[in-house]
Design a protein around this ligand. Structure first.
Ligand SMILES: [Zn+2]
Length: 163
């Protein structure tokens, strides 16, 4: 399941089930120092058997990948699978992650830097969404999607996944 390898493609081809509305969730040793990866909903039609989410097996709750072992790698990757970008997507640009209630953010938040405001004074101000599932903070720090993200996931699920 190492990203970009033939073995990954072979595994997905062998294991993938269902249509666009079915989440194929793999746990594996995905290599490359990665915690997980996902496909976006708009990519389904071009590569249906590649659709899904993969997480480092030790990121599951109680696994050995502390501080990323409370399962929020999975939460994060399913967010991508339903069409969300990172909260720091686009940096301090006003479009940012195409969600209006997540403040612009210059770069990923690591650890749990609560109160950080990396785009201070920019057109779309506000403290960084450090505790958002679509950031890179430690699992214990992650606690929310916003209403805007929920709305985007609903829209994408309807548009691309028939949900
Ligand atoms: Zn991500």
């Amino acid at each position: 399941m190492v990203s970009g390898t033939q073995a990954k493609s072979d595994a997905k081809t062998a294991l993938h089930v269902g249509g666009a509305n079915v989440l194929n969730f793999y746990t594996a040793n995905i290599g490359g120092g990665l915690l997980g990866w996902a496909t976006f909903p708009w990519s389904y039609s071009g590569a249906p058997t590649m659709d899904g989410v993969a997480c480092l097996y030790s990121s599951l709750p109680g696994g050995a990948a502390a501080p990323f072992n409370e399962g929020h790698t999975g939460t994060h990757e399913v967010g991508h699978w339903l069409g969300l970008y990172h909260t720091f997507q686009g940096g301090c640009a006003t479009t940012n992650d195409y969600v209006s209630d997540t403040p612009a953010e210059r770069s990923p938040a690591y650890g749990c830097p609560r109160g950080r405001n990396s785009c201070s004074g920019i057109a779309f101000p506000g403290k960084d969404s450090v505790n958002n599932f679509m950031n890179y903070a430690d699992d214990y720090c992650m606690s929310q999607f916003t209403a805007g993200q929920a709305s985007r996931m609903d829209s994408m699920a309807t548009l691309y996944r028939g949900l």
